[in-house]
Ligand binder design. Structure first.
Ligand SMILES: Nc1nc2c(ncn2[C@@H]2O[C@H](COP(=O)(O)OP(=O)(O)OP(=O)(O)O)[C@@H](O)[C@H]2O)c(=O)[nH]1
Length: 359
């Protein structure tokens, strides 16, 4: 099982969706409120007959507002995010060029570094902020491109304080991101502990009930036909009685490792009882699963546990196996019960065998 196997099941979706929710809320808030403010300002400049500032403000308001409204109707949230970013950048450049209302443009730019960091994260946010800052800097020192006039001391104060704002916003976003990541990994670790058998490191019954079956229910029918293999070690009590509980534990770990060697990445091997294991094989018909089950049975019989604690200790183990197929999610519980019955039939049948139907 690869380290990210757990992540794909006990997903970090909740933490990722919190992050996306946060980005969405910022986008909605800044777009609806910011768009309306822009619209009001544009109307004000329409009355003042400042047609250039009027068109810049009105275009930005139209881009930002139509983009946020449309974002409710499609699934490409990232696209909306980039359009918002582009709208905000256009507004910033427009303000710097025209000077805004009574040449106060530079004062209105300070909230934007933070908005970029929240929209795009600390890495992309830093790139966008610095790129935009470089363009603004160019504009400020190329008076032929400007319609407004800025005093030298005004420009230098703006540059210094804007850089401080970018830096502080970056630091805040970076540490927020780091702590979010740490909390997510603590969360994954805790969830893993709750869903994992501490001895064999296999998923436990809780994982099946509260994670895997729910996921299977919510997924499309793509995982079916799914075959269930229930395997139980034979006469395991004797191992404990003859060699002690600690060696018994090692035998369980050894057997769990053997199970794992016969399954694919998409299969699940879970420890569901003391010496009982449940293997789920998605996209697998009964006939193929019987092959797997037979290989597992033969492999366990052929690979005794070799004690390293005591010389000459070879613990031979066998396993009884029941197999059943589910073609739909509705049949999955029934298939598990059925495989369980077949397992007990295998025990009655003399053990060390695979049974897939009740006689
Ligand atoms: N070492 C160890 N033993 C365990 C663990 N969990 C359950 N067991 C033991 O597993 C044994 C299961 O015994 P039984 O249910 O009688 O089954 P069995 O001896 O394998 O016999 P059959 O299943 O009928 O073949 C008991 O002795 C339990 O104490 C564990 O985590 N570690």
């Amino acid at each position: 099982m690869k380290p990210d196997w757990w992540g794909s099941f006990i997903d970090l979706k909740s933490s990722q969706s919190i992050e996306i929710k946060r980005q969405k809320l910022v986008m909605y808030f800044s777009s609806y409120i910011g768009g309306l403010i822009l619209l009001l300002f544009s109307l004000q400049h329409f009355e003042n007959e400042n047609s250039l500032l009027f068109s810049i403000l009105l275009t930005s308001a139209a881009v930002v507002l139509s983009n946020v409204v449309l974002s409710h109707f499609h699934r490409y949230f990232k696209v909306s995010l980039y359009i918002t970013g582009a709208g905000v950048s256009g507004l910033i450049l427009g303000l710097v060029i025209t000077g805004g209302h009574e040449n106060t443009a530079l004062y209105w730019l300070f909230p934007f570094p933070l908005v970029y960091f929240i929209l795009f994260g600390y890495r992309q946010g830093l790139i966008v902020n610095l790129a935009l800052f470089a363009v603004v800097l160019q504009l400020l020192y190329q008076p032929q491109w400007l319609l407004a006039e800025y005093r030298t001391d005004e420009k230098s104060r703006f540059i210094a304080s804007y850089l401080v704002t970018v830096f502080l916003a970056f630091v805040a976003e970076y540490f927020r991101f780091r702590s979010h990541k740490e909390l997510s990994s603590i969360n994954l670790h805790r969830q893993k502990q709750a869903n994992m058998d501490p001895l064999t490191k296999l998923p436990n019954r809780r994982f099946l009930d509260s994670v895997y079956f729910n996921k299977t229910k919510n997924a499309d029918s793509g995982r079916f036909p799914m075959t269930v293999i229930v395997a139980d070690l034979d006469f395991f009590k004797k191992v404990n009685d003859n060699y002690g509980h600690d060696i018994g534990d090692k035998v369980l770990i050894h057997v769990a490792d053997l199970f794992k060697t016969h399954v694919r990445e998409l299969d699940v091997v879970a420890r569901v009882g003391g010496e009982e294991f449940l293997i789920l094989l998605p996209h697998t018909q009964l006939v193929d699963a019987l092959n797997v089950a037979e290989k597992i049975r033969a492999c366990i019989a052929a690979h005794p546990y070799q004690c390293i604690e005591e010389k000459e200790c070879r613990i031979e183990m066998t396993v009884s196996i029941g197999v059943a197929e589910a073609t739909t999610i509705e049949q999955l519980n029934e298939a598990i019960l059925c495989a369980d019955e077949h397992l007990y039939a295998a025990k009655r049948n003399g053990r060390n065998c695979v049974i897939h139907q009740t006689y």
